[in-house]
Design a protein around this ligand. Structure first.
Ligand code: ATP
Ligand code: MG
Length: 688
């Protein structure tokens, strides 16, 4: 019971305590990294439940990533009893959006089993609308539409706003894109927030329903919300405005996704009664780390004055180590981690390797493998973006919602089952004329006039197979007139995988090793789905509906948390690690300087260039402030670009940290990287 839980005020300074106890109106905690903002949220949840009589189902906390949601749930479990938190919502904006849309589907003109399209499915729709196969151009259109959606700009307005040829192209596609999504009974990721916001905007009844359900809202990482999320928070909390937002303008790193720091300032004007609380003590990092972070960020213009200090002691000096190339960098980092863990008898999970871009991960993975160091990659290509995962999920999506035409096409053609492009085109034309989904079209008698029996055969066989699965999953009533019965997800999954011959297909398509890895991924997926089904009592249909939002992080965390973390800087936000290796700290990589896309107006180009540097600097600040006890910075003197070695310069941010580009703190001086590696391998070999 409550008695065994730590007293609420323990481990909080007066400013934090004030933020936790403040319930007279909206509250904003604005403070630097590691100052305990997230802790304020978890403690405040406990305070609401334990001391203020809030029911868990009336409280919701919103985070930026699934990983952050999970971490927060763990932190809350430490301060509140299990029974007290049943029904509590700790989720991302997107998961909350899904929940709202499922419940309110009919009010927004969707059926409850609508599907959620990931970016690459939605790209197929864009491709249908824009006659080009240029992936870059398609992605640009998709991105522009996404930014409009996140800024709550509707197609009419977009047409007026479009200034460049690219934007005009996107604006022309925008309306049809939405219509197509609707026709497929699907939504994209942006809709998960946009549609609930729109619903609450126009439907007073729905608004009251949600406002009385969510009596208190807490939002972490507020600086990275976009206009749409801002609006949703505003509508969910209504005139009572019972919410606490916490954030740090210096850590705003999602402008490219439409997030806007202005939301912080806007709160103060939209809510004149807003209580603003600042936190100044950092409880995370040793002083020299914090000092470096502060001096980097001091180069950015300040929106809000912030002081940040720590009394955790000076700590080890920060090492800055130049490397010959990326392989040497990876080897050296892997070796250091191995040696340090060995010396300290610590955990693998105390070490994180943080980098700017996903493509940097590969060499580090190889180096870690060579030394048999267990690791996990987060924030990289999501597990759910892998082709084999998307293949299998296409079947499941189709079982859950047979209006999902993109899923139909993917499933019916992977593995190949004698359904050719010509057949599909005819099916598509017919479905278009009849205004039905591809799946529905294939059972219509009219199709028999269009297709030869040898074309129709495999199509219908496929359709019946999906129907059988639907029936077993509890969606059969509509087709068979039978009573709805639902089998557990496990056996259905096994039979489905068996029936489609996917393993066989992999071995026919890829070389032995490629097929093996891919098949293992599929088995991981199925195993994970089964566990999820059992633990959370989800049916296959529920599972499929949630899967689009779940990242692999959760899976890995469940299995073996004692792993070295490899992560992009973006994905490391909000987290902390005793020992951090910040790698690839070079001009052109961090700051990453994409090609200058601003044409014409040189003033505008200069401004946006400066704006980009500032965003990169915030990213650097985020990276440095993940470290608790030690920080290693590395950069490469050259890097391979295609077949060429390109010389590299240390990042300007190293100087801004107040450090020299070569300031090694060497644990094993006098040996070359390779010699040390050899010695270490010998050491590890002896140990077993
Ligand atoms: P970020 O900006 O990186 O998200 P944050 O402001 O959310 O950081 P937290 O993650 O909440 O900071 O806290 C940083 C660390 O300091 C955590 O390990 C937390 O448990 C610890 N901490 C926070 N407040 C206190 C306190 N009053 N006493 C002791 N430790 C604290
Ligand atoms: Mg935080």
């Amino acid at each position: 019971g409550v008695a065994e839980l730590p007293p609420l005020d323990a481990g909080m300074n007066p400013a934090q305590r004030e933020a936790v106890r403040y319930l007279d109106g909206p509250c904003l905690v604005l403070a630097g990294a590691g100052s305990g903002k997230t802790r304020v949220i978890t403690q405040k949840i406990a305070y609401l439940l334990r001391d203020c009589g809030y029911a868990a189902r009336n409280v919701a906390a919103l985070t930026f990533t699934n990983k952050a949601a999970k971490e927060m749930a763990e932190r809350v479990k430490a301060v509140a009893s299990a029974s007290a938190i049943k029904g509590l919502t700790i989720s991302t904006f997107h998961s909350l959006g899904v929940r709202m849309l499922r419940e309110e589907a009919r009010n927004v003109g969707l059926k409850p089993q609508f599907s959620i399209l990931a970016a690459d499915d939605a790209l197929g729709i864009v491709q249908d609308l824009i006659a080009t196969t240029d992936k870059g151009r398609l992605r640009a259109v998709q991105h522009t539409i996404s930014l409009w959606k996140n800024a709550l700009v509707e197609p009419e307005a977009a047409e007026r706003l479009a200034a460049t040829e690219g934007e005009r192209e996107a604006a022309r596609a925008y309306r049809s894109y939405n219509a197509t999504l609707r026709a497929y009974q699907s939504v994209d990721f942006d809709d998960l927030i946009r549609l609930p916001a729109q619903l609450l905007e126009r439907d007073a009844e729905a608004r009251e329903r949600w406002q009385s359900r969510l009596r208190y809202l807490l939002v972490d990482e507020y600086q990275d919300t976009n206009a749409c999320q801002y609006r949703l928070v505003q509508l969910l909390t209504g005139p009572r405005a019972m919410f606490t937002a916490v954030g740090d303008d210096d850590q705003a790193i999602y402008a490219w996704r439409g997030a806007t720091i202005e939301n912080l300032a806007r709160l103060t004007t939209d809510y004149p009664q807003l209580k603003v609380i600042k936190l100044e003590q950092n409880y995370r990092s040793a002083q020299c780390i914090l000092h470096a972070a502060n001096s980097v960020i001091a180069n950015n213009p300040k929106l809000f004055e912030k002081k940040l200090w720590s009394d955790l002691g000076a700590g080890d000096p920060i090492a800055v180590v130049p490397m010959d190339d990326d392989e040497a960098e990876a080897e050296s980092v892997a070796m250091r981690i191995s040696a340090a863990r060995f010396e300290r008898q610590g955990h693998w999970r105390d070490y994180a390797i943080l980098y700017r871009s996903n493509h940097q991960a590969r060499v580090f993975e190889q180096a870690l493998r060579n030394l048999k160091i267990p690791y996990m990659v987060s924030g990289g290509q999501s597990f759910f973006d892998k082709a084999e995962v998307r293949d299998v999920l296409a079947y499941l999506r189709l079982v859950a919602n047979d209006d999902d035409d993109p899923a139909f096409i993917r499933a019916v053609t992977t593995p190949k089952r004698g359904v050719g492009q010509a057949t599909l085109e005819q099916l598509g034309t017919y479905a278009g004329e009849r205004q039905v989904s591809l799946f529905a079209a294939l059972f219509e008698a009219g199709l028999e006039q269009r297709l030869a029996a040898r074309q129709l055969g495999p199509l219908r066989e496929f359709g019946q197979f999906i129907q059988r699965m639907q029936w077993r999953a509890g969606r059969g009533a509509a087709h068979a007139g039978a009573v709805t019965s639902s089998e557990p997800a496990g056996p259905i999954l096994d039979d489905l995988l068996q029936a489609i011959g996917y393993e066989r297909y992999l071995y026919d398509t890829f070389d032995e090793r490629g097929a093996q890895t891919r098949w293992q991924t599929v088995l991981d997926l199925v195993g994970w789905l089964k566990r999820k089904a059992e633990e959370d009592g989800m049916s296959l249909i529920d599972l499929v509906q949630h899967v689009a939002l779940i990242t692999m992080l959760e899976k890995n965390d469940d299995e073996d948390p004692d792993l070295v973390r490899l992560s992009t800087l973006h994905a490391s936000k909000g987290l902390e690690y005793p020992h951090v290796f910040l790698v690839g700290v070079e001009e052109g990589l961090l700051p990453h300087l994409g090609k200058d896309d601003e044409e014409g107006d040189p003033a505008k180009a200069a401004e946006s260039f400066e704006a980009r540097i500032q965003e990169e600097r915030r990213l650097m600040y985020v990276g440095i402030t993940r470290a608790q006890r030690s920080l290693h910075v590395t950069w490469c003197k050259k890097r391979r670009r295609g077949r060429e070695d390109v010389p590299r310069e240390p990042s300007r941010f190293i100087k801004e940290m107040g450090l020299a580009a070569d300031a090694p703190a060497d644990a094993m001086p006098g040996l070359s990287a390779r010699e040390r590696l050899g010695r270490l391998k010998a050491l590890l070999g002896k140990g077993g």
